[in-house]
Design a protein around this ligand. Structure first.
Ligand SMILES: N[C@@H](CCC(=O)N[C@@H](CS)C(=O)NCC(=O)O)C(=O)O
Length: 320
């Protein structure tokens, strides 16, 4: 299988051509992007935390791999976790926003799905399932956005509202996290794939019958959120923003970004969206969503028609 350009075996840096906007140009310049340079800090409302050895930026600008000690690095000093992300992907955006919002240091390892980088052997060593997001923390590898978010929240002891310690409040977040995979994430992503990605790679018009069918699978879950869950409380799991809201928000932005506005005619869901954006910070939300909100560059497909064909096949298999 021919996979597009991009992954540099040497140092894990991306050598592809990045779009002009989004976080990728920074990645192109340095190969990686720090979440933040300053130490991780707790949010105003959060409980304290032990900053530990990960508190400062420990990124990989010199190109060394985590686990290998660089000159001058003390024995036992830890590197920042690496996050393998493509910001077109909703669960990747959830992980990205969470790390940025909480000042968690990380090294960004961009994996461009549109260039087939998730199928390259280098990435399959990180996640054999060939999916983003993925995390590498030293020798420890982790996939699945929920697991990554929980790992980061525990490791960096983020503010309690994200994943409340109280038994039943936590269970309420867990309830959403368990439910959302099949009820929201999958059908919302499928709408996006059918409306945007498949026509982009295939050059064919949107299959409107299929799109209606896929929207129909998402609708009951949207109605549940709008007419049941958000009647009882301002956020999905509690009175405050939690991991449930973050994951739901990035998932629901995916069809919305390509013209299937899931908030339209759902007033409670629309008001919730505004609350989540305000709580996360509009600037960070915009930064994370810049890529998905702008039209894709048609030249990418022309550059590698064989890859486009392979991706079309994968998409068709998923949507059938
Ligand atoms: N349940 C997983 C979903 C991971 C996933 O499906 N990621 C997509 C992008 S949103 C992907 O990597 N797709 C590539 C492919 O399946 O070929 C999570 O939440 O992390």
């Amino acid at each position: 299988m021919k996979i597009g350009p991009g992954w540099c075996e040497e140092d894990g840096r991306h050598s592809g051509v990045w779009p002009e906007q989004g976080v990728r140009p920074k990645a192109r310049r340095g190969g990686i992007l720090a979440g933040r340079r300053q130490p991780a800090r707790k949010e105003a409302s959060g409980r304290g935390r032990d900053l530990g050895p990960h508190s400062g930026w420990a990124g990989n600008r010199a190109g060394g791999r985590p686990g290998r000690r660089r000159a001058g690095q003390a024995a036992g000093a830890a590197m920042a976790p690496e996050l393998f992300l493509d910001l077109y992907s909703p669960p990747c955006r959830a992980v990205y926003i969470f790390a940025r919002k909480n000042g968690i240091p990380f090294a960004l390892r961009p994996v461009e799905l549109g260039r087939g980088e998730h199928l390259k052997p280098e990435f399959l060593k990180v996640n054999p399932l060939g999916k983003v997001p993925a995390l590498r923390d030293g020798d420890f590898l982790l996939s699945e956005s929920v697991a990554i978010l929980l790992y980061l929240s525990r490791k960096y002891q983020t503010a309690a509202h994200w994943y409340p310690p109280e038994l039943q409040a936590r269970a309420r977040v867990d309830e959403y996290l368990a439910w959302q995979h099949a009820a929201i994430q999958l059908p919302a992503a499928n709408v996006y794939l059918c409306k945007s990605l498949l026509p982009y790679f295939s050059g064919q018009p949107v299959d409107t019958t299929k799109l209606e069918q896929l929207l129909g699978k998402l609708t009951p879950s949207l109605q549940h959120l709008d007419q049941k869950v958000l009647v009882a409380r301002p956020f999905l799991a509690s009175e405050q923003l939690s991991l449930a809201d973050l994951i739901a928000f990035t998932d629901l932005m995916q069809p919305t970004a390509v013209g299937c506005d899931v908030f339209q005619d759902r007033p409670r869901l629309a008001a919730w969206r505004a609350r989540v954006e305000a709580a996360l910070g509009p600037q960070l939300v915009q930064e994370a969503h810049r890529l998905v909100l702008q039209p894709r560059d048609p030249q990418l497909v022309q550059q590698d028609p064989q890859l486009a064909q392979e991706l079309v096949q994968r998409l068709q298999e998923r949507l059938c």
